[in-house]
Every structure is written in C-alpha cells, then in structure tokens.
Design a protein around this ligand. Structure first.
Ligand SMILES: *Cc1c(COP(=O)(O)O)cnc(C)c1O
Length: 396
C-alpha cells in the first residue's frame, strides 16, 4: 500500500533538497546556553536561540522544577477541565496576568496552540480579522480555523491597515492582530498606532508577544510597556518557550470574558494535555526572578545595543531593530549559507535565512542576543563576522 505514496514522498523530498531548502538539524549535547557543545561542530557560542534572558539553564528554575516534580509528580495525564488543573497552573495564570497588567490568563501547551485556539471561539462569519502580512504561521493557521472574514495589511503599514479597517466596517466585530516583534527583522509592531486606529474604527487588538515578552520595554513587559498601553490591548498571546525559561507552554492573557470564553470553547485547550507541574513551577520561579530586580532585562538591552553598534561600526548592514534580534543583511541566499557555515568554523553558531523564510533577495543571518552573553563572547562574534565578512567580500 505504501509503495506509491513512498515514491511520491521521496520525489518531493528530493525536490526540497534540489531547491537547497532541506533543513538539517544540528545536535546539541549540553544544556542550552551561550556556550554549547554540538555534535560535529564541537564547542560553539550560540547566537541563534530564543534564550533572550539566558534562563534555559538557570539553576533556580531547575531547582524549582525538581522540587515540583517531587511534590506534584511528573505529568497531569489530563486536560484542564477534567482533572488537569493544579494549584501551580492557577498560580501561574494569575502571575502572567499580573506581569502584563491584564485581567486573566489561560495556559496552553504552546503559543502555537494559543494562537490556533484564540480566533475560532470568539469570531464568526459576521466578523473580521485584520492581520499583518508577516504574522507568525500560528496566527495564520488560527485565522484559517475561524470562519471570520479575512483582511490582510502590509507589514506594519498603517495606511494599508486603515484601508482594511474601512473595508471591514460592515462587519459585526473587528480584530487587528499582529506579532509584537517580527522575528525576521526584529522590528516592534507599531502597536501605539494600531491601537489608535482600533479606537477610530471600533476594533479589538491582539498582539503576539512571543519575541517581545521579557525583551521589549524597560522591564520586559512587552509591547504594551513599550507603548504605554498596559491593560488596554484586549488580547495578548505568548510563549514560555523563549525568554520565559525556554521549556514549553503558551498562554493567552487579556480581558476576563475573553479568557472565560476560551476556557469554554478553545479546542487546543479543551482537547490537549495540561503543561507539566514542573514547568508551571519553574515559570513561577522565573517571574519571581525577573520581577525581583531588572538585572537580566538591563543586561539584555545593554548587550543588544553593544552588539548592534559594534556590527554597524564594522560596516555591516543591520535592519533597524528594537528587540534582541539583529538581522545582518547579505541579500544573497548562497552567500548567507556560506557565511553561516564559515562562522560555524569560527565557533559562532548562527543560521542563514533566505527565501521562502524571507522575501527573495533579502537573505540574511539572524543574530539573537542574550543576557547570557558576556562582552567577551559578543566581541568574539563581531570579530568572527568581520573576518568572514572580509574573506567573502561583504566588507571592504
Ligand atoms: C515562537 C512563536 C510562536 C510559537 O510559540 P511556541 O510556544 O513555541 O509554540 C508563536 N508566535 C510567535 C510570534 C512566535 O515567535
């Protein structure tokens, strides 16, 4: 039975390889961190993790997870509404709402699920979803699962957004949804202007804070801190898998009735397992750590400024960024691959991005700065970039 299908898959896979788009996974054999060891490439400095606050191997988080494992066991073996809700889950939901200045929170197994389950329960055929063209795949999939009418505006283009809002005026309810930080460029969405337009055209706003939570804003409370809109944006989604410890888990936080409705109707919540108690406990410890003082957020901001300045001084073309993402523009796809593999020989672990992940002719290397990086490690990265940049004719 498998024969024909196997041939079909083999041909498709070969097509992916021929197009140079086949993804190989590199294998890490240490905890995730600034300095890691990989199979094949040995010891490298990691500049491509979402480990923005350097918490993926944090001792306090590990201790909290171990303690919770002793006290609450390994897993919940249930969805939340049957018997998968623990005290730690409830505490974490409250803590997330406190952190973002929202009314209530609902946890998911991942932010992919949070986005997948946020639209369908809230909006129907009479409603409109107005989405940024560069939104994350999980928002796109979430919108697809919903019967609402779809409108799309060019990335962060407020004139286009206004056009789409006008076109959607006939609908019952409208929601504008956007990534907080766009992961390929590192730019923060203009949530201030989006919010203004939402007031003018009677729309709700949803921001995915996955790359902005813990990163953007003086204390890392995301785009609503950055734009002084705390408590105003109706829906925020986010992940525990990036700055917030890097394990797994997602959430939607916002207005009380929205969260209440999601608990009743959101399919990835109703039909999928609870996050393990140890993850909830470590996340609670994480919030304790990052709200006790601001040293990790300050370190991340200082590191990012330092790195971007040095790269610009070295002569690199860097996309304007207000996050910890630094896109080093090379424009040429094979060059970006070659550049990344040469950097790996210098002990710098980064990834080249090219079409279809970014538009044609916009190939780049994305560097992600972390609070875990030392100044010496940042210097090593800039020096390696400079060396390879000269070698490959990118720098004069
Ligand atoms: C990473 C990311 C997600 C997915 O988060 P997971 O918790 O890993 O599923 C969703 N949205 C955006 C914008 C992201 O960057």
């Amino acid at each position: 039975m498998y024969n024909n299908f196997q041939k079909y898959l083999q041909k498709e896979i070969q097509g992916i390889k021929d197009a140079g788009l086949y993804k190989n996974e590199r294998i890490i054999i240490t905890p995730q961190g600034a300095a890691i060891k990989t199979e094949g490439e040995g010891d490298v400095l990691n500049f491509c993790a979402n480990n923005y606050l350097g918490l993926a191997d944090n001792k306090d988080l590990i201790a909290a997870a171990k303690k919770a494992m002793d006290e609450r066991g390994y897993g919940m073996s249930s969805v939340r509404f049957i018997c998968g809700t623990g005290d730690l889950h409830k505490q974490l939901e409250k803590k997330i709402a406190e952190f973002f200045g929202t009314e209530d929170t609902i946890l998911y197994a991942a932010c992919f699920d949070a986005n997948g389950g946020v639209f369908e329960p809230l909006f129907g055929e009479e409603d409109a979803i107005i989405s940024d063209a560069l939104n994350h795949a999980s928002i796109i999939d979430g919108v697809r699962l919903c019967k609402a009418q779809r409108f799309r505006y060019k990335n962060a283009d407020m004139a286009d957004l206004e056009e789409q809002l006008k076109a959607a005026q006939k609908c019952r309810h409208r929601i504008i949804c956007t990534d907080g930080v766009f992961s390929m460029d590192g730019n923060v969405a203009p949530v201030d202007k989006i919010y203004e337009l939402a007031q003018k055209y009677d729309a709700l706003v949803m921001v995915d804070e996955s790359h902005s939570a813990g990163v953007v804003g003086n204390t890392g409370r995301g785009t609503t801190e950055h734009y002084n809109l705390r408590g105003k944006v109706e829906i925020l989604t986010g992940t525990l898998g990036k700055a917030f410890g890097g394990a797994v888990g997602g959430f939607t936080t916002g207005k009380k009735e929205i969260i209440e409705m999601l608990r009743q109707r959101s399919r990835p919540y109703l039909f999928s397992n609870s996050i393990p108690p140890m993850v909830a406990a470590a996340a609670l410890e994480m919030f304790k750590l990052i709200t006790k003082d601001n040293h990790l957020q300050d370190k991340l901001h200082n590191n990012t400024t330092y790195f971007v300045d040095k790269m610009k001084k070295a002569g690199f073309d860097i996309k304007p960024t207000q996050s910890a993402i630094c896109a080093v523009m090379l424009y040429d796809a094979p060059l970006s691959q070659k550049f990344a593999s040469e950097l790996s020989k210098e002990g710098i672990y980064v990834t080249g991005f090219y079409y279809p992940v970014v538009p044609k002719g916009q190939a780049r290397i994305r560097v992600q700065v972390s609070a875990a990086h030392t100044t010496e490690q940042l210097d090593k990265c800039v020096n390696a970039f400079t060396k390879i940049g000269k070698q490959l004719g990118v720098l004069k």
